[in-house]
Design a protein around this ligand. Structure first.
Ligand code: PEP
Ligand code: MN
Length: 679
């Protein structure tokens, strides 16, 4: 008898997925069609293209709907960001194409197909030309410049700075030395992969070749490999090409770090992705032309210029003050040497705004009187507008930099002195201070990946904007759980990334600083270490926010003097934390000294948060103390919470469970609002 055909249980589900995909594409097409129509109306009525308020509203309701359907907000936000970017480009190209019929554009870049420059160029041109475009690779930046000046190409796309590597001197020099005009910019997310000849495995790998900058960007990955040599190559795409079948330099023990596209182009297998040490690895490209192109004034724009100030004291300050007075935001300033005038400099400056906008045009006229040379390099659509990840919040106010002094030996005299503007500390999208209220929450210790991911999900759903979790734990008993160490840092960062929460973790010793610096966004100095001046001095040298907890028997003045160690070293990103002190009272773990909040407000410009968990030592007491701290004017809270407190390896008695956390947040909201703070 014939066996009856076995039905694959996946088949009907896959059909459903295919159907959903089809609908998704149709819906996207419908959305973009509507976007185009909006663009035409805006164009006809001469309305600005960018409506920030509307974008904010669309984002807020999109995230709300996504969350209601059980989709993770960070994921929904990333998808929407892509859609909105694409929509904006479509509306822009409507305006750009209006200026003439589609024409074939020839654009030069340094490198070859599959290089990041080539990818960025084809992306930019797809939106610009409206017709077909031709890309031409050159060996050097100089050759791109030459080809542009002699009419071989219409545009050149040049990488001018990288978010990790900084500015690219050869490109700046090229723009400085020739009559080139900047007409557009592009921000390209660099994503390195490890490509190898087909069939090769990690075990065969002995050599990795790539551009030296790419090798540097993947330091952590490379140093995790044993017995693998690094081989510098002219560029990433050429390195990939050298491995393709039949190439003279092909080797069966060699891989290349390059783009996914370069790997595909040369028929290579990809063994690993996301190799860079930092997730954010972006390159900013400038599109240059022989003639200026003034963009439509309704587009958000940037204007670039090059100037030399008169050689006297304060001249540069005067020049920059012109922009400040006109409320023009500077996005880049860089100095260039002048070979004919050693030790006098030209300044490259990019500002936000259209050069014909009244405030900028006025500033540019005034600027002339402070300069001995001024050359406009171009006005072009801006692509670096920050996407605010906390979409429900209004944009953060500007952060005044604090002076590196919070108190001196005589606090009475110091408190009488008017303090500089209240400081605030920026941690990615989160601001501590400046009228904000921040909730940092998470477990006492990172215990496993699953635990910290569950915790991140829970705290994020309850209004926390940062995730805490100890990897190195200062335990009173040497027999107690000491934390997962380095592995804990890896898990914490992974959970933070999944839920877009910056992370806070304690640094116990000077030796731990490099690891904690690499993985966490804020370093916490625990109560037991507040007097560890050697540690504080080292932390003072860093460019990384620090939460400094009050020692268990430290006075407020001692806390401030400890902070002074950080500030004196140059690290101004200090958040003070009241976490309770030892008193004769034994009914709580410590006595929460809430008077320190208003006292510190009087004595220092630094932001102050409160940790009710370690003060209370008992979850029942955490919520009332948290509410009191908010009412006393704290800039935020750091609260221990665990998805399953009964299983906690550390401080389980004080950990809030998901319900407690939700109750606390609900009770906090009106108090925070009554304080006039934004959460
Ligand atoms: C902690 O935050 O986990 C901690 C150990 O706090 P403290 O240093 O205030 O005791
Ligand atoms: Mn704890």
């Amino acid at each position: 008898m014939e066996p009856s055909p076995v039905t694959d249980p996946l088949e009907p589900i896959r059909k459903e997925i295919d159907e959903a995909d089809r609908q998704l594409i149709q819906i996207l097409a419908r959305r973009f069609d509507a976007v185009k129509r909006v663009g035409s109306v805006k164009q006809a009525e001469d309305q600005p293209l960018l409506d920030t308020e509307r974008e904010r509203r669309v984002q807020a309701s999109w995230i709300q709907d996504a969350e209601a359907l059980g989709l993770a907000a960070p994921f929904a936000r990333r998808v929407l960001k892509e859609i909105l970017n694409h929509s904006r480009r479509m509306q822009e190209s409507l305006i750009e194409n209006r200026q003439g019929p589609a024409r074939r554009i020839r654009c030069g870049y340094q490198g070859q197909a599959g290089s990041y420059s080539a990818l960025a160029a084809s992306h930019l041109l797809a939106h610009r030309s409206g017709g077909e475009s031709g890309l031409v690779g050159y060996l050097t930046f100089q050759e791109v410049g030459k080809a542009l000046l002699n009419g071989e190409i219409d545009y050149g796309l040049l990488p001018v700075e990288n978010s990790i590597g900084g500015s690219i001197a050869d490109v700046n020099r090229l723009i400085c030395d020739h009559a080139l005009h900047i007409v557009d910019e592009e921000i390209w997310q660099v994503e390195h992969v490890l490509a190898v000849p087909p069939g090769m495995t990690m075990a065969d790998l002995r050599v990795i070749r790539s551009h030296p900058a790419a090798l540097t960007q993947c330091e952590t990955f490379l140093s995790s490999l044993e017995d693998v040599q690094r081989e510098p190559w002219s560029d990433t795409a050429t390195a990939a090409e050298s491995l393709k079948e039949g190439h003279a330099r092909e080797r069966r023990d060699t891989g290349a770090i390059c783009s996914e596209e370069a790997a595909r182009l040369h028929g290579l297998d990809v063994l690993a992705r996301s190799l860079a040490d930092r997730e954010c690895n972006e390159t900013r490209f400038l599109l240059v032309a022989r003639e200026p192109e003034i963009p439509d004034p309704r587009l958000p724009c940037k204007t670039s210029m090059l100037f030399r100030v008169n050689h006297h004291e304060g001249a540069l300050v005067h020049a920059l003050d012109v922009f400040a007075k006109a409320k023009v935001n500077l996005t880049r300033i860089e100095s260039r040497p002048q070979p004919d005038m050693p030790w006098e400099y030209l300044f490259f400056v990019d500002v936000e705004g259209h050069m014909e906008a009244p405030n900028l045009a006025g500033a540019l006229i005034k600027l002339r009187s402070c300069c001995s040379h001024l050359r406009m390099l171009g006005c072009y659509p801006s692509r670096t507008r920050k996407q605010d990840v906390h979409l429900d919040l209004p944009p953060a106010p500007p952060v005044p930099r604090p002076e590196p002094v919070c108190i001196v030996e005589t606090p009475a005299a110091e408190s009488a002195r008017p303090h500089p503007a209240r400081a605030s500390v920026r941690i990615g999208p989160v601001t501590v201070g400046e009228g904000r209220f921040v909730l940092i929450s998470g477990p006492c210790a990172v215990e496993s990946l699953e635990q910290i991911v569950d915790a991140a999900r829970m705290v994020r759903a309850n209004g926390a904007t940062m995730l805490r979790g100890g990897a190195f734990k200062p335990r009173t008993s040497p027999h107690a759980f000491q934390g997962l160490g380095q592995q804990g840092l890896v898990y914490l960062r992974e959970a933070g990334r999944q839920f877009e929460l910056p992370t806070v973790t304690e640094v116990l010793t000077i030796e731990d600083i490099p690891a904690v610096m690499e993985y966490a966004d804020v370093l916490q100095v625990g109560a037991r270490n507040m007097h560890n001046f050697a540690l504080l001095k080292e932390l003072g040298k860093l460019d990384k926010p620090v939460i400094l907890k009050r020692g268990m028997s430290a006075t407020i003045k001692e806390l401030l003097l400890a902070a002074e160690y950080l500030l004196n070293g140059g690290n101004l990103q200090v958040i003070l934390c009241e976490r309770g002190i030892r008193t004769f009272e034994t009914s709580t773990r410590a006595t929460l000294d809430l008077s320190s909040v208003p006292v510190l407000k009087r004595l220092t410009h630094l932001p102050i948060i409160v940790d009710p968990s370690h003060a209370a030592g008992d979850r029942e007491l955490v919520i009332p103390l948290a509410l009191a701290a908010a009412a006393a004017g704290a800039d935020g809270l750091i609260v221990e919470a665990h998805p399953r407190p009964a299983e906690a390896l550390c401080d389980k008695e004080q950990a809030l469970n998901p319900d407690d956390l939700a109750r606390m947040t609900a009770a906090l909201r009106p108090i925070v609002a009554a304080q006039g703070r934004i959460w």
